[in-house]
Design a protein around this ligand. Structure first.
Ligand code: PNW
Length: 463
């Protein structure tokens, strides 16, 4: 059977981006500064000294980008709203009408092309004023201000936006931003990640409460959160390695999904980091438990987990910010696995195993893969990009998604990361995840072979 026919007719097919990675216009239209503008200003933080100041110039070229998706036959577009573009100082004391107008135009453009907007409220571009004056996600105050900002978005856009994602990858914000210090705001600590994670969960819970109490019944949309997780495969059949892999998944995804689906942090975390893990008080639990209408998952790769011999080995490209030590695990990769340009291993069956793990642990929730994709250093040659490895990546991961559905997983949609080559955070413009090539001097877009492949598949022309 052809690949697309293995998915239900109402399956959502989309592409994804985020504001700071594609918009540019950082100093235009009244946008305030974010922690990523500040982070990029510090030499050494981003490869080549790159920043999102211009990015893909989507701020000016969004209509062209929506047409690219329409031509591909994509039914949904996941993008994020830049908090400092709406609220330059982070609070509702100062609302930037030009920012509100920009997303109105983008949303209307999507809808006029038959594309559903899936809006992420926080994809890491915290207003810098909240970092410098309030300590950002280290303080609980930011979670309340996030809820105020979310409310503004529901008021302005909820008549047309029916799918909301509160926070993208709280793990990355916590571990890479506050543990490893490789992402904004660049803090290195083995305690901050746990505090930040707790505040992000609270921010999510507060925003969802507002949506459910004030908007959901009239606007009729759904709201959830997106977490990222790699698969962790036991290195050997030794029961200790099986336990290590399970613990690694609990520290990665259970950290965020257990509070939402089960009401508290995983037992393994409460045992191992009791000294640093904030307490899930009854008030916090009331806000967080049951606060997601769907399970958003970003998934890229797999690593092998084993019981640590005390000398932690961690070959993740970014390291794990002390959290490997906390877990008592070692992470490695099989040397025979193919790697992408991020050095992330291509392991399609890991995707299926993770989907099945989620379905089993959280009672088979409605699941959407809100990001999956790969970076390859593909070049534009004579007007085309032969990115066969990217096609193979997508085809193999989608096969395993179809297998997961056959095995009973309630997977309802899939978003490719990413529509365009874009600003890949600390890697700058050196890593290309796009289905469309972007020339970062002229901003010209060219569909790669993977975009043509996707388009054929969605139009059911793929043999
Ligand atoms: C995600 N890790 O980031 C983000 O949501 C995107 O903005 C980003 O472009 C994409 O994946 C590719 O990197 C991640 O180290 C960054 O495990 C790092 C990790 C995972 C996801």
């Amino acid at each position: 059977m052809s690949l697309i026919n293995r998915f239900p007719d109402d399956f959502i097919w989309g592409t994804a981006t985020s504001a700071y990675q594609i918009e540019g216009g950082a100093n235009q239209g009244g946008r305030g500064r974010s922690i990523w503008d500040a982070f990029c200003d510090i030499p050494g933080n981003v490869v080549n000294g790159d920043s999102g100041e211009q990015a893909c110039d989507h701020f000016h070229r969004f209509a062209e980008d929506v047409k690219l998706m329409a031509n591909m036959g994509v039914g949904a577009y996941r993008f994020s709203i830049s908090w400092p573009r709406l609220l330059p100082n982070g609070t509702r004391d100062n609302v930037n009408q030009a920012g509100i107008d920009f997303y109105n135009r983008l949303i209307d453009c999507c809808l006029s092309h038959g594309i559903q907007p899936w809006v992420t409220l926080y994809h890491w571009d915290l207003p810098d004023d909240l970092q410098t004056s309030d300590g950002g996600w280290m303080g609980e105050k930011t979670s309340g201000l996030f809820a105020d900002y979310a409310q503004l978005c529901f008021e302005q856009y909820g008549d047309r936006v029916k799918h909301w994602i509160t926070i993208n990858e709280a793990w990355v914000v916590s571990v890479l931003g506050h543990g490893q210090g490789v992402f904004a705001p660049g803090h290195s600590s083995n305690s901050e990640p746990y505090q930040v994670a707790h505040n992000l969960l609270l921010a999510h819970g507060k925003a969802v409460k507002i949506y459910r109490e004030q908007f959901q019944s009239t606007q009729g949309g759904v709201i959830g959160i997106t977490n990222n997780c790699d698969w962790r495969e036991p290195l050997t059949n030794d029961p200790q390695d099986h336990a290590a892999a399970q613990r690694a998944l609990e520290f990665f995804l259970g950290w965020f999904a257990d509070p939402i689906y089960l009401g508290d942090y995983p037992q393994a975390m409460r045992d191992k980091v009791a000294d640093r893990l904030p307490e899930m008080t009854p008030e916090h639990k009331a806000l967080i438990q049951g606060s997601s209408d769907f399970f958003g998952l970003n998934h890229y790769t797999t690593m092998l987990a084993s019981e640590s011999d005390g000398d932690v080995k961690d070959q993740n490209v970014y390291g794990n910010g002390g959290l490997s030590e906390d877990q008592g695990i070692d992470l490695t990769v099989d040397k025979d696995w193919e790697k992408t340009d991020m050095q992330w291993a291509v392991v399609p069956w890991g995707c299926r195993k993770l989907l099945e793990w989620i379905a089993a642990r959280y009672d088979n929730p409605a699941l959407y893969i809100t990001e999956n994709g790969c970076a390859y250093d593909d070049e534009l040659v004579d007007g085309s990009v032969n990115d066969q490895r990217r096609i193979d990546y997508y085809a193999s991961y989608l096969e395993e998604c179809a297998n997961a559905i056959d095995n009973g997983v309630n997977l309802k949609g899939y978003f490719a990361w990413s529509l365009l080559d874009n600003f890949e955070w600390a890697q700058g413009y050196q890593k290309r995840f796009g289905l469309h090539h972007v020339d970062f001097k002229t901003f010209r877009r060219t569909p790669k072979n993977s975009a043509l492949w996707f388009s054929k598949m969605l139009k059911r022309n793929l043999d």
